[in-house]
Design a protein around this ligand. Sequence first.
Ligand code: CS2
Length: 490
Amino acid sequence: MKLSQKNLSEIEKTISCPTYDRQRLKTGIVHIGVGGFHRSHQAYYIHRLLEKYDHLEWGICGVGLREWDRKINEVFKRQDCLYTLITQHPNGSDTCEVIGSIREFLLAVDTPQLVVDKMAHPDTKIVSLTITEGGYNFNQSTGDFDFENPDIKHELAHPNEPKTVYGYLAAALRKRRGHNTAPFTVLSCDNIQHNGTVLRKMMLAFVEKQDPELADWIAQEVRFPNTMVDRITPVTTPEITDSLKNTYGIEDEWSVVCEPFIQWVVEDTFCNVRPVLEHLGVQFVSDVTPYEKMKIRLLNAGHSVLGITGALHGHPTIDACMDDGVFATFLQQFMDTEVTPVLGSMEEAYVEKYKNTLTARFANPNIRDSVSRICSESAAKLPKFLIPTLKENLENDGSIAYATFILAAWCYYSDKGMDENGEPLTIIDVQKDQLHQTAKKTEGNWTAFLQQPDIFGDLVQNERFVQQYTAMVQAFYQGSPIRTLMKELC
Ligand code: CS2
């Protein structure tokens, strides 16, 4: 049975399906970047809102900005934007449900004007984004907007031909302003600390060049709340698609898997109405900073710690790493001695509880989150997740051994491109070539890899760090197995 609106009456005999009237759904949210995470997190919260409260004005219109979203567009056309969410519990059981909160999908490269019109429509109250760390178009080391991006150059010269998220937001807000329509709230749902503040800064830098009057209006009227988002969402493998078919008889071309845990903390500063997500456990707070810092520095950095070391050793998944005492202890030490001391204002008991929950989440054997997913785009992730912790510890004279070890391991990983058993690593990174080229100069020039200021800033000038890094990177190149080196640190 293929997943589609017309087949729901049959499918609901085996798994839970939307009970609200999807025909009557209106678009209240336009979401840019409909990947697995949006569909396991925000779209799931909205689905539950529709289920529980029938607030049908909060349907979602998904938008894909890139050519490679064409496949998604086609699948969604065939499936009426429906998909199955499979929650994988630690005891091995799965919960499957069909999610119906996305009511339409637009491929921006085909229909740019439709996207602008949809965002500018008075029914749209929120434009949200998951465009990943790389999508924000800022220079990693300076934090400034990157005006050299050819798409940005194009949008500045042709404001009516948007290509990036900035071009679309500006075109839609210009239209709303022209029609005296209240602005929408711009809600970033990416793992970037101060995601809303960063987005606002980038947006204003862009619009000031494109349309200074609009920039003033945006600065006055539009809100960009900061948010902390959390739910581990592994890549859906062909085995999952097959098991959905074999167990439930459902053919879904784009199902999503996730863990049971879910969290969303949002700053309550919306400039237009918002859904009552607090009824579903979303935490609305006045300052999201401590939550996002805790999440990014413990969970995302912790993932990278296990991902990079695990990949080199040959562990395929995060739970396999957690099942190995050396890796689990290494992670715990990293969290306790390097991250916890820099978390500052967060209450100690809360942090301890968070860490305990986190290690249980990572250890969930049913989730099989691949180390290759975690290591993907490390060049964008580590400067946000791990390097700030290292820098703060350098300033405070704190421990830097674990974070430094990860950077040395990452260098070796980028140079060799294979694990210790000689198996090729799956490296997915837009900066893969640069990483490989610099890493391979390491033998003979031990700090070569650090000479990438866009990633490491000026770390290479810190004597204490360079000393530790050099000793560690040398140990890798002398052929010591990573597990042995980790054991020595624990
Ligand atoms: C992961 C995240 O890719 C990564 O680096 O740490 O995707 C993580 O699974 C999510 O942020 C969980 O909320």
